[in-house]
Design a protein around this ligand. Structure first.
Ligand code: PGA
Length: 261
């Protein structure tokens, strides 16, 4: 894994957006794995800007989101389908039929999970997976103790995640207690991974994920096994990392990052 520290959330977000934009320019028919959450709102705004001002072309891109709440319809304003349409899809030239999220209202959740995995495979797998991290250490809705080889499945949410997200719902009781999520094993099959983490509330958990032991207690720690995972943090999220000097050195000196400095 490579860890890159940028001075503030804007710079961190711009770097993550640049990596995604380059992926789309290099392979216009890329399969992108997408994430939701507050962190990603700024990133999607930057992709929308690049589409509108610089002609970044999404016409051939296909997307698969990490997760969706069980029980919410795509029209529900709290569903991740609604979030994705509002934050990104409605503002770029993507074919909406090429955008995929698990169906939270599927009658047979197990069947829906198999369908989702099969569709990803049929599209050739994910070229670049975008990730955030939850305060529970989750990627997608892979809460603590998720098997490191898990596949797409329905998963009960932890109190930490419910507390993190219940503010988006009219009352805490409205927040679903379950989600459908790509598994940790599913995520690790992406050819490329970019994790974006900003803010001091994530400092402790990202330090565990990046520098701690690989453990199912912190699902994001499984990314240490991925051959091409880049984690981008801002200074506030980097506070608890012990190797900050080294990470700065990498960004300033490695050829791979020259175009982004
Ligand atoms: P956040 O969520 O961006 O809203 O902090 C990230 C996550 O829970 O994966």
């Amino acid at each position: 894994m490579e860890v890159i520290i940028r001075p503030d959330p804007t710079a961190a977000t711009q770097l993550a957006a640049a990596l995604i934009a380059d992926q789309v320019r290099t392979k216009p028919s890329s399969v992108l794995g997408l994430a939701t959450g507050a962190t990603m709102e700024r990133l999607y705004a930057e992709l929308v800007r690049q589409h509108k001002e610089e002609g970044l072309d999404f016409s051939l891109v296909r997307t698969f989101n990490l997760d969706e709440y069980v029980g919410l319809s795509p029209e529900d304003p709290h569903s991740y389908r609604h979030y994705m349409n509002a934050q990104l899809f409605n503002h770029i030239n993507i074919d909406i039929r090429n955008t995929h999220l698990p169906h939270g209202q599927a009658e047979d959740l197990k069947l829906e999970c198999r369908r989702y995995e099969a569709l990803m495979q049929a599209c050739g797998g994910v070229d670049l997976q975008l990730l955030g991290i939850g305060r529970s250490g989750h990627i997608g809705f892979n809460e603590p103790l998720s098997a490191l080889q898990s596949r797409t499945r329905d998963k009960a949410l932890t109190p930490t995640t419910i507390e993190q997200n219940e503010g988006y719902f009219p009352t805490p009781a409205d927040m679903p207690r379950c989600g459908i999520t790509m598994g940790v094993g599913t995520i690790l099959e992406a050819r490329d991974i970019v994790m974006l983490v900003t803010g001091s509330s994530k400092a402790a958990v990202i330090a565990k994920a990046v520098e701690g032991p690989i453990t199912s207690m912190i699902s994001a720690s499984a990314l240490q096994m991925h051959p091409h995972c880049r984690t981008i943090v801002d200074e506030a999220a980097a506070t608890d990392l012990t190797q900050q000097e080294y990470y700065h050195w990498i960004f300033e000196n490695e050829d791979e990052w020259r175009a982004y400095r």
